[in-house]
Design a protein. Structure first.
Length: 164
């Protein structure tokens, strides 16, 4: 399950969700186990969340997908999907991350219109990479945010992906 301050507990984790609130760093570890998990702090809200490397020391096979869920009026809804892939580095493996946002659009009056609209604005997730992508398009860290406001994290689901 998830824990705050994962470095202190040495828990194997795929990634750490990080943000700063009132000058205090908040770290939430996403455990390296399949399943659905609620956020340890219900409805933790931040303008952005940074995805940082977890504490897993070996390369799991196959790749892993982490689906992040945000709080909506009618419960939790899929915010985005993060693919986790481990690449060899000197001394072992390191996790790298890629945002897989699935937006839904409709073609109306000759234009593509996003179907997820809040207050007239498309509810899109954006990301800011930390560093450059590797040859496969994965980043060592990245920060996600929404164009329409803060993200209230409800939880996540972890699943294995089929081999590429």
């Amino acid at each position: 399950m998830a824990a705050l301050l994962p470095g202190l507990f040495g828990m194997p984790s795929l990634l750490v969700l990080h943000h700063v609130h009132d000058g205090h760093a908040i770290n939430v570890a996403v455990a390296a186990e399949a399943g659905q998990f609620p956020a340890p702090t219900p409805y933790a809200t931040a303008t952005s969340w940074t995805i940082e490397p977890g504490a897993l020391r070996h390369a799991p096979q196959p790749d892993i997908e982490v689906k992040l869920y945000a709080v909506k009026r009618a419960g939790a809804a899929l915010l985005c999907e993060i693919s986790v892939r481990y690449f060899p580095v000197p001394g072992g493996y390191a996790p790298y991350y890629r945002l897989n946002e699935q937006l839904y659009f409709a073609h109306k009056n000759g234009r593509w219109i996003p179907l997820t609209v809040i207050d007239g604005l498309p509810s899109m997730v954006t990301f800011t990479p930390v560093g450059f992508a590797n040859a496969a398009g994965y980043y060592r860290e990245l920060t996600i945010s929404k164009t329409t406001g803060p993200i209230s994290l409800a939880g996540w689901a972890v699943t294995a992906l089929p081999p590429p």
